[in-house]
Design a protein around this ligand. Structure first.
Ligand SMILES: *Cc1c(COP(=O)(O)O)cnc(C)c1O
Length: 368
């Protein structure tokens, strides 16, 4: 066969650059001949504390029913979320991670001849989900690494149907203030679905959290996304959700796979909502760890972007080289050149011991 089979897919699909995940521990262990236990992974903004006790018990119990299909409507989890947020169950869309929910937005509202607006340095899934539908990307220059919400609102054109906002943003950790978000919602046409991705919400100081759920009533074009992957510690199980106007949720549910969230994940997430102490501890330890990393970076004379998430993006200079040197020392962080930040590395806040190990390895890597 002489034909390049890739040519069979539409050009907009072929030009997608694959998502670059953090390097798995097992892969580095194989490559470097290291013990998995000796490796510190601070590359994917995972919760270093694992999961809470109720969550663990629910996972154990759910295994007995694993031969059955999950509840495709996720009744129990939606009920718990509806109570938590004070919304109707019809306003909730569950996803296989919030990544899935972001894909559902693009499936439901984007396509060729349409466009989506997002910020420079914004979460990589927005360009991916936009491009995969054949929609046009409108990337708006960031201001001091942060979303320039005014410029984003101005960038909306007649073909724009989605505006993506990560708050806080990954990989920069920047936060958009609530009043500026509200101003954007008032300004953009109602036709534009405004996605506020709040994957790191639980890590925010209470007074810094936007009252975004309240905005749903006034702004039916608002979609809020949240995840169980970060503060709840369930990254491996894949559960996230959207809160939206019931009509918006309805179309998103139509393009969803009928069983997109598995039964173990549903049980775990439902229980995780009650593991309040675990989330509180995750929040508190993250604040401590963030201080530790900030002080460590300052001690090494490095600049960093002030972060509101569970990670910090540090300017190390020749980041690709420093990344490799860290790998040789058994520390996995995340290069962010693909985000237009070739001099930075993104580092997840780990346990105190992991942060220490990273800082020591970083100091040694910079001296090398
Ligand atoms: C981690 C992250 C997500 C969540 O991913 P999941 O698919 O829920 O694991 C979503 N948005 C941003 C900005 C993130 O950093």
């Amino acid at each position: 066969m002489n034909m390049d089979l890739c040519e069979l897919s539409p050009a907009y699909v072929r030009s997608i650059a694959p998502y670059q995940p953090g390097k798995p521990i097992s892969e580095l262990a194989r490559e470097m001949g290291l013990e998995e236990k000796a490796i510190v992974k601070l590359a994917s903004n995972e919760n270093p504390l694992g999961i809470g006790p109720r969550t663990r018990a629910a996972i154990d119990a759910s295994l007995a029913e694993i031969a059955r299909y999950p509840d495709g409507n996720g009744y129990e989890l939606k009920l718990a979320l509806a109570r938590r947020h004070g919304v109707d169950m019809a306003s909730i869309v569950l996803g296989n991670g919030s990544n899935d929910v972001l894909e559902l937005v693009s499936l439901a509202f984007l396509g060729p001849e349409r466009a989506a607006v997002y910020s420079q340095h914004a979460f990589a899934v927005y360009p991916l989900a936009t491009q995969a539908r054949g929609a046009r990307s409108i990337a708006v220059p960031a201001r001091a690494y942060a979303h320039d919400l005014e410029a984003m609102a101005k960038a909306v054109d007649d073909a724009t149907y989605v505006l993506w906002i990560a708050n806080p943003n990954n990989p920069t950790g920047t936060l958009a203030p609530a009043d500026e978000l509200e101003a954007l919602l008032r300004r953009v046409p109602e036709r534009v679905i405004v996605v506020i991705d709040e994957a790191y919400n639980e890590y925010l100081r209470p007074d810094l959290k936007s009252p975004s759920v309240k905005w749903l009533k006034r702004h039916p074009n608002l979609v809020i996304t949240r995840t169980f992957s970060k503060a709840y510690g369930l990254a491996g199980l894949r559960v996230g959700y959207a809160l939206a106007h019931p009509s918006v949720a309805d179309v998103m549910n139509r393009v969803r796979q009928p069983f997109n969230v598995n039964s173990v994940a549903l049980a775990a997430a439902t229980a995780a909502l009650d593991d309040m102490e675990f989330v509180a501890r995750s929040y508190a330890e993250n604040l401590q760890g963030m201080k530790q990393l900030e002080e460590g970076a300052r001690g090494l004379g490095l600049e960093y972007i002030v972060s509101y998430g569970n990670f910090i993006t540090i300017r190390v200079g020749k980041a690709a080289e420093v990344y490799k040197r860290l790998l040789r020392r058994g520390v996995i962080v995340r290069p962010v050149a693909n985000y237009g930040l070739p001099e930075h590395l993104r580092v997840t806040v780990g346990t105190a011991a992991e942060n220490d190990k990273f800082l020591a390895a970083l100091a040694a890597s910079l001296r090398e």
